[in-house]
Design a protein around this ligand. Structure first.
Ligand SMILES: *Cc1c(COP(=O)(O)O)cnc(C)c1O
Length: 334
């Protein structure tokens, strides 16, 4: 079967690079949403915990439940708010406050310019009043940047907005709340980090999406995708391969089928511009639901070992290539 290799050494290398930016491991919250960006939720949670990471971020309560014993705190980004010892919940809107279970731990997300989730700056006082009234325990204050990976000054504008928000919340008398706003791109370019936590996803998995000159931190891809041979045949010149017969053999050649397809979350692509594997073998003809064909008879092939390169070929981003990989593909730690 197709399988995924998780390179533990590279994961720890990336976490060490991020630690250089935050000043300590304790300030890293590892983002494990969407099956840990396709790497495997429980497996990556265990590795992160072994490394000394104490905080995690997920999307749903069901994910938090699977990794509950491994972290001191787990922030849930988008689910109904319930009371729990370890979990805290993101407040994405004013309405969410009224629906929250009394006594629940919450972290208030403030919209400082991304305009996706979070309460508006002009709703801040109302939100804080309602949080008190609803009997919620406010444990965090957060925002998310829309352009941390761009060279523009937008990041600084949003950061300035967030500074004003912090001041207001302090004045309101809330204490012991953790402040966090940085994702991977923001922490990788930051100088003199002073907040309590960073929410790091893609960087930990090995991708620095920043343009030059912020691309100085050398990160190493953690995941590689592999497939195993099903069968081999020798084609004569002019014979065709796969659905529609899109590929025509230009000469007599050896072709093998491997056990990966769009049913596994691998993108179907376009047979006119064949995908090049890590070993520079083009995928021949159309990608099937469970199979691809390559001009080789190797027993095992590496489809990609750098999702950024795979994304470039598929005209998408590393995040999409990784999260698309189905959770039932076997993950092996190397
Ligand atoms: C996904 C997510 C992150 C992590 O972003 P990366 O770019 O992968 O580091 C951080 N914060 C929030 C709110 C997110 O949704």
């Amino acid at each position: 079967m197709a399988f995924i290799k998780i390179n533990k050494e590279n994961f720890y290398h990336n976490l060490n690079q991020i630690t250089l930016q935050t000043g300590s491991k304790e300030k890293i919250a590892i983002v494990l949403k969407d099956n840990a960006y396709g790497h495997g939720l429980v497996l990556m949670a265990k590795l992160a915990s072994e490394f000394g990471i104490r905080h995690a971020v997920v999307r749903k309560t069901a994910e938090a439940q699977q990794i509950e014993t491994l972290f001191e705190t787990i922030l849930v980004l988008g689910d109904s708010i319930i009371k729990h010892e370890t979990y805290s919940y993101t407040i994405n809107s004013i309405e969410a406050i009224d629906k929250a279970q009394r006594g629940a731990k919450v972290e208030l997300k403030v919209d400082t310019g991304m305009h996706r989730n979070g309460i508006g700056i002009d709703e801040l006082e109302e939100a804080l009043v309602r949080i008190k009234k609803q009997g919620l325990e406010l444990v965090g204050l957060m925002t998310h940047y829309r352009s941390a990976d761009a060279l523009s000054s937008e990041l600084f504008w949003q950061q300035k907005q967030f500074e004003a928000v912090k001041e207001k919340v302090k004045k309101f008398g809330f204490k012991n709340i953790r402040i966090h706003s940085h994702n991977s791109a923001a922490i990788l370019r930051s100088k003199g980090f002073t907040e309590d936590l960073v929410r790091v996803g893609i960087g930990a998995y090995g991708y620095n999406e920043l343009p030059h000159p912020f691309d100085t931190h050398m990160l190493k891809p953690v995941l590689s995708l592999h497939a195993q041979k099903i069968s081999t045949r020798v084609l004569k010149k002019g014979e065709r391969v796969g659905y529609g017969g899109d590929y025509v053999a230009a000469k007599n050649m050896t072709v093998s089928t491997y056990d990966l397809g769009y049913g596994d979350g691998w993108h179907r692509g376009d047979s006119d511009t064949p995908f090049m594997t890590a070993e520079k073998l083009p995928i021949i003809g159309r990608v099937s639901m469970d199979f691809i064909s390559l001009a080789t008879d190797k027993d095992e092939i590496c489809v990609f070992n750098d999702a950024k390169d795979a994304a470039r070929q598929g005209d998408t981003i590393s995040y999409e290539v990784l999260t698309a990989l189905h959770s039932d593909i076997e993950r092996r730690i190397v």
